[in-house]
Design a protein around this ligand. Structure first.
Ligand code: GDP
Length: 527
C-alpha cells in the first residue's frame, strides 16, 4: 500500500444525527471519552438552542466563534483516525446539517426509544437516502420505559423507508433494563448506571446455556431466546455490503448517558463503516487515492467578533494530499489560492497542519472569497456535485433602512448567504432582494449580523411566497417564454438560475400541470 492508501484506510468521517434531545451530544461525548480526546464528562458543549431566541443563538455563535473546535471533533481509536462532524440540532438550521451530510462518508442516527422516529429524523434520513449514505442506528435511553423494540424497528422501516438489522438486543427496558445481548458476539453486556467509567460488565453466554438463565433470570432468558428466534426469522443476516450501499442499517441499543452500549457501537463502527469513498464531480468520479489533491468547501463559519471579520471555511479533502502553503485552484473563480495556516481539529484544539488526506476536514481562513460548494484542485477543471440548496419555505424582502450604507448591506447579504445562512434571490424589476429560509430564526440572525458586523440596518417585508422551485427546460425558448410570462414570480438565485416563486402548493401544482415542458425542482441539485 502506498502512503496515501494507508492514510485513507485509517480514516473514518461521519456525522451523528438525531431529532433534538435524542442524545446526540451525550453520545458524541462518550465516543470522545473512549478515544481519549477528552478526559471528563461534560466537556462537550451542546450546540443546542434552547429557546427560539436570537440572543440565545448569538451567545452560542459567540462561543463557537471563539472555539470552532466543536464543528469537527477528531479522535483516535483502534489505530483509526475518526472525524465526527457536528450538525446543528435546531430545526431552523437544518440546511447547515444537510450540507454537512454531503461531507461525511456515513452517519450514526440516534433514536429516543420513548419517542421513536421524530419529524427531523425523517427529514435528515431523506438527505442520507439521496446519496445512499450508510447508516448505523443507535436506539438510546433504554434506561427509560420505551416502546417495544420490535415496534420501534417497524417504525424505523416504515417511516424512514429503511431496512434494519438489529445487532444487539435489549433485555427489558426502563427500570428493569438488564442489558443487551450481542447477536454476533454472543455476549451479554450487563447494564449498570455508570456515567463516567468506560469498563463494561460482559459475559460470554450462549443463548441455549443454563448460565444465561442463571445470570439473566429464567423468565428474561426465555424471552430473549424467543426474541432472537423471531429476529432470525424476520430479518436477513447482516451483510456489510448492504450496509455500505445504504440498503440496510444495523441497529444497536443502549443508554448514552450511562455510557452503555457505546463501546459496542464504536467497535462495530470501526469494523464496518466505510473509508473515504470515491465522489462524483460534474465531469467524473474522483477516487480518494488519486495523486492530485481535490476537495470542497461544505461549511463557512463566520467569526462573530466584528474586529476580526475573517471567516473559517471547512474543506473536506476528497483525493490526494492537501499541503500547507501550496497553490490550489478555486474552480469557480478560476483563481489560485494558498493557505499558510490551515488547521485541523485534533484534541479539540486548533493545530496548524502541514498535510491533509482524504476524509480530513481542514479549517481555512477566508476573507470572504469562498462560497459553499467551492471546489479546490491542482488545476483540473471540475466541481464537486452535491451541495444542495433546498426549497426554502419562508420568504421576505430585504429593505434597506439606511441609504448611506447600501454598499455594506449589499456586501453583508452577499457574504451571509455565501455562508449558507439563507438563500438570496433577486427579483425584477428593481433588483429586489428576497431572502428565503427554512426557519424564522435566520431572519433575526441576518438582521443582527448585518447590523453588528456590517453596520447596515434593514427590515423585512413578509412575502406571500411559500414555495420555490428551480425551473429548467430542454427547450430554452420555452423556458424564456415561461420566465417572461411569470414576471415578478421569477427570482434568480446566486448562480443566476431562475426560480419560480409560488404562493401555495396549489399554485405550484397548477403551473406544473399547465407547463409540461418546464421541469420544477425542489432542490438545486438537478443536473
Ligand atoms: P441532543 O439534543 O440530541 O444533543 O441530546 P442531548 O445529548 O443533549 O440529550 C438530551 C437529554 O437526554 C439530556 O438531558 C441527556 O442527559 C438525556 N439523555 C441522553 N442519553 C440518555 C440516556 O441514555 N438515558 C436517559 N434517561 N437520558 C439520556
Amino acid at each position: 500500500m502506498s502512503t496515501i492508501q494507508q492514510e485513507i484506510a485509517k480514516r473514518r468521517t461521519f456525522a451523528i444525527i438525531s431529532h433534538p434531545d435524542a442524545g446526540k451530544t451525550t453520545l458524541t461525548e462518550k465516543l470522545l471519552l473512549f478515544g481519549g480526546a477528552i478526559q471528563t464528562a461534560g466537556a462537550v458543549k451542546s450546540n443546542k438552542i434552547k429557546k427560539t431566541a436570537t440572543s440565545d443563538f448569538m451567545e452560542i455563535e459567540k462561543q463557537r466563534g471563539i472555539s470552532v473546535a466543536t464543528s469537527v471533533m477528531t479522535f483516535e481509536y483502534n489505530d483509526l483516525l475518526i472525524n465526527i462532524l457536528d450538525t446543528p440540532g435546531h430545526k431552523d438550521f437544518a440546511e447547515d446539517t444537510y450540507r454537512t451530510l454531503t461531507a461525511v462518508d456515513s452517519v450514526i442516527l440516534v433514536i429516543d426509544c420513548v419517542k421513536g422516529v421524530e419529524e427531523q429524523t425523517e427529514r435528515l434520513m431523506e438527505v442520507c437516502r439521496m446519496r445512499d449514505t450508510p447508516v448505523i442506528v443507535f436506539i438510546n435511553k433504554m434506561d427509560r420505559e420505551g416502546q417495544n423494540p420490535f415496534d420501534l424497528l417497524d417504525e424505523l422501516e416504515q417511516k424512514l423507508n429503511l431496512k434494519v438489522r438489529p445487532l444487539t438486543w435489549p433485555v427489558n427496558g426502563g427500570a428493569t433494563f438488564k442489558g443487551v445481548y450481542h447477536l454476533l458476539e454472543k455476549q451479554m453486556y450487563f447494564f449498570k448506571v455508570n456515567k463516567t467509567k468506560v469498563e463494561d460488565d460482559v459475559a460470554l453466554l450462549e443463548l441455549d446455556s443454563e448460565e444465561l438463565d442463571a445470570k439473566v433470570g429464567a423468565r428474561d432468558a426465555a424471552q430473549l431466546r424467543e426474541d432472537v428466534e423471531l429476529i432470525d426469522g424476520v430479518y436477513d443476516q447482516f451483510d456489510r455490503e448492504d450496509y455500505l450501499s445504504g440498503k440496510v442499517a444495523p441497529v444497536f441499543f443502549g443508554s448514552a448517558v450511562n455510557n452503555f452500549g457505546v463501546r459496542e457501537l464504536l467497535e462495530a463502527f470501526c469494523q464496518i463503516s466505510p473509508l473515504p469513498i470515491a465522489r462524483q464531480t460534474n465531469v467524473r468520479l474522483v477516487k480518494p487515492d488519486e495523486k492530485n489533491f481535490t476537495g470542497f468547501i461544505f461549511k463557512i463559519h463566520a467569526n462573530i467578533d466584528p474586529r476580526h471579520r475573517d471567516r473559517i471555511a471547512f474543506l473536506r479533502v476528497c483525493s490526494g494530499t492537501f499541503e500547507r502553503g501550496k497553490f490550489y485552484k478555486n474552480t469557480r473563480l478560476e483563481k489560485n489560492v494558498r493557505f499558510s495556516n490551515p488547521y485541523s481539529f485534533m484534541a479539540s484544539a486548533k493545530e496548524v497542519v502541514e498535510q491533509g488526506f482524504p476524509g480530513d476536514v481542514i479549517g481555512l481562513y477566508d476573507t470572504g472569497t469562498f462560497k459553499i460548494g467551492d471546489t479546490l484542485t491542482e488545476g483540473e477543471e471540475l466541481q464537486y456535485a452535491g451541495i444542495p440548496s433546498f426549497s426554502p419555505e419562508i420568504f421576505k424582502e430585504l429593505i434597506n433602512l439606511d441609504p448611506m450604507k447600501s454598499k455594506q448591506l449589499e456586501k453583508g447579504v452577499q457574504q451571509l448567504t455565501d455562508e449558507g445562512v439563507a438563500q438570496l434571490f433577486t427579483v425584477q424589476p428593481g433588483n429586489r432582494k428576497v431572502v428565503g429560509t427554512v426557519g424564522e430564526l435566520q431572519f433575526e440572525v441576518i438582521q443582527y449580523r448585518l447590523e453588528h458586523e456590517y453596520g447596515a440596518k434593514c427590515r423585512w417585508v413578509q412575502m406571500n411566497t411559500t414555495r420555490a422551485c428551480w425551473v429548467t427546460s430542454e427547450d430554452p425558448k420555452k423556458l424564456q417564454e415561461f420566465i417572461r410570462l411569470k414576471g415578478t414570480q421569477i427570482g434568480y438565485d446566486k448562480d443566476d438560475n431562475p426560480v419560480f416563486l409560488a404562493d401555495s402548493e396549489w399554485m405550484l401544482r397548477m403551473n406544473r400541470d399547465n407547463n409540461p415542458d418546464i421541469q420544477f425542482h425542489t432542490t438545486s441539485e438537478f443536473k
